[in-house]
Ligand binder design. Structure first.
Ligand code: CP
Length: 347
């Protein structure tokens, strides 16, 4: 894959438009392949993918495991509650244990920002070939979610050619708890890279003004931004101003477990001001899709009837698209390691 230089995938800040295109193209090919019964692709035969989730997950963990199995990898799950963590073993030593068992890829989720990055640096220093794929760390990054959201939107706007350019000039509204959301941060990098204007909407306690400049500085560790002419970020404090002209609306889970202070005292008021329902969406001027990374708090971020309305709500599409996106990431990481691996391996 020309232009693919990512060994570990920690966040999307360093992704170029070509990188997004490579992931979306490959995911689209994987999505169109029949995957029922015993039909698997041999691309990762003999490789071991271990999922080290130190924080709960339904979607990300299961879809990484399914993606790895569909590419014929061996898959090893780690369960914190029944592991030696309770005997005092550290996260780093836990990861090293899976490396010693021959893991080629560690998919890592942790409640603290920086753990996947730290593990990747440790593995590099030790000269290990194992690569780290970030399954979500603290408030920092959830790259595979950002990519599957991008793919879901690209498919909605251009079903035949779901590529980064389908987002050019679109107005995407992201509502809710931006402050505590690694999903929002990954979406900001991805959507602006593809030329979308992102409108952030939420109360000041969950959406500080500083988010307007989130993509303005070069990504950490980079002298320049790999993406020229990113789309801009706009902050609106009310849905009445944010929704008119929207092309899509994404709402986010209120992350009560990450709220150290009493940032939100009144959930009924939150729903009244920022909750989505059919009536509210009429402000958009036309029918627009609604996304949510899940898990959803029904009646808080959105009405249950909206979540269940498949004609508007793309939540199930997001989940479905998570598998081919994660197949694409695993495939690209393996092909970066084995340069002679060609798309023929997908046949
Ligand atoms: N969207 C997401 O990360 O969901 P899980 O916590 O279920 O993996």
């Amino acid at each position: 894959m020309s232009g693919w230089h990512h060994r570990h995938i920690i966040d999307l800040a360093t992704f170029s438009r070509e990188n997004y295109a490579a992931v979306l193209e490959l995911a689209h090919r994987f999505r169109s392949l029949p995957m029922t019964g015993a039909r698997k692709l041999p691309a990762l035969q003999g490789r071991l993918v271990a999922t080290l989730f130190f924080e709960p997950s339904t979607r990300t963990r299961s879809s990484f495991e399914l993606a790895a199995k569909r590419l014929s990898a061996d898959v090893q799950s780690f369960s914190p509650s029944s592991s030696a963590l309770s005997k005092g073993e550290s996260v780093l030593d836990t990861a090293r244990t899976y490396v010693a068992m021959g893991a080629d890829v560690l998919v890592v989720r942790h409640r603290s920002t920086g753990v996947p990055q730290q593990l990747s640096e440790d593995l590099e220093q030790a000269g290990e070939r194992t690569v780290i794929l970030n399954g979500g760390d603290g408030l920092h990054s959830h790259p595979s979610q950002g990519l599957l959201d991008l793919y879901t939107l690209a498919r909605y706007f251009d079903p035949a050619h779901p590529l980064p350019e389908s987002l050019q000039g679109k107005r995407i509204v992201i509502v809710g708890d931006i402050l505590h959301s690694r999903v929002a941060r990954s979406n900001l990098w991805a959507l602006t890279a593809c030329g979308a204007e992102v409108v952030l909407c939420g109360p000041p306690s969950l959406l500080p003004d500083a988010f307007a400049a989130f993509v303005d500085a070069p990504p950490p560790g980079q002298a320049t931004d790999p993406v020229p002419n990113r789309g801009r970020i706009v902050i609106e404090r009310s849905l009445e101003r944010a929704l008119p002209g929207a092309d899509a609306v994404m709402t986010l889970r209120l992350q009560k477990e990450r709220m150290g202070q009493q940032l939100l005292t009144d959930l009924e008021r939150y729903y009244r001001d920022f909750g989505l329902n059919h009536q509210r969406l009429r402000l958009c001027e036309r029918s627009v899709p609604v996304l949510h990374p899940g898990p959803v708090n029904r009646g808080i971020e959105m009405a249950g009837e909206l979540l269940d309305d498949k004609s508007i709500c793309l939540v199930e599409d997001q989940v479905r698209n998570g598998v081919p996106i994660r197949m694409a990431l695993l495939y690209l990481m393996a092909s970066a390691e084995t340069p002679d691996m060609t798309p023929a391996a997908m046949a």
